[in-house]
Ligand binder design. Sequence first.
Ligand code: SAH
Ligand code: AVI
Length: 318
Amino acid sequence: MTSSRNPALISPIAEEVEQGFSSQPKRLPPKLFYDAEGSRLFEQITETPEYYPTRTERCIFQHFVPEMAAQAGSNLTLVELGAGSARKTRLLIEAILRRQLRLDFYPIDVSQAALGGRVALQNRNFPHLNVEPILADYSRELPPLKDLPGRKLVLFLGSTIGNFEPDAARAFLARLGESLSPGDALLVGFDMRKDAAILHAAYNDRQGVTASFNKNILARINRELGGQFDLDAFSHVAFWNRRMSRIEMHLESRKEQDVAIQDLGRAFHFSRRERIHTENSYKFTKARIAALLRRSGLHLEKTWTDPQGWFSEALARV
Ligand code: SAH
Ligand code: AVI
């Protein structure tokens, strides 16, 4: 337990942890990964040799941002969902600022640490850029995007859309479309289906950063809710589920154990080898992307991909 825990405040994660551990099988929503430590570990994952999505998407951006900016239109206002450190976004910001005199950028993230870090620095690097970070959980509520001036370009990069279940992804994109105005655009990054060994390695890096990222969800429960999890009593498990076209991440109990969570006023029982399902990361095909956007009521205008076809960027119009 660290001194940062304030027992007088109920952590916003309490209800989700209670619900997730009371379900069968036990699960936790992946947004709980992202406290300050989780955001730091995610950045570290993106630098491992095995985790190809970030560098592949960056490579697509390096080649195509002028086209993407032109396709999106003029007089743009930029919004980014789950912006994180928004490192790739800088390339697009540069391209947009070659086409218009100034730009408002609204990065939205559930992680205060992600928003407060490098995103804030962009103010200094681009004098004609105005950054207005929004701390919000987009799965609960979207900020009033219609009220923003100009034509909106909403970014949802990194294949974070793949962390939604397929029905939830469709419902989310439909709701996002409704929160925008006709003519606004969405640029969504999709990780594509590929060789199982490449997918497996990306979520089982040799340095064990992904394992630490996964276990951080338990460390966070210890920090914020007075949990008593022994991180060594759980193993990181990540595998490719071909039938469901997704990578699954779990935490597997190495022994039978009861773990108390002080702020929930109770303990939870884990059998030996029982798993907590922490994340799905769906992988897409061209046909799936087209169907998802169509069923969300969006019009797919253009896609860009890397030479190996490992990652795709889709521009859709409301
Ligand atoms: N877009 C970045 C970061 C991806 S990591 C990239 O492509 O590299 C996923 C990001 O989404 C994290 O910064 C996380 O804090 C944020 N996030 C996850 N669930 C969220 C939610 N429900 N609401 C807002 N942000 C969320
Ligand atoms: C943010 N999201 C798209 C990442 C993914 O690949 O599903 C999160 C992540 N999980 C493990 N490694 C990275």
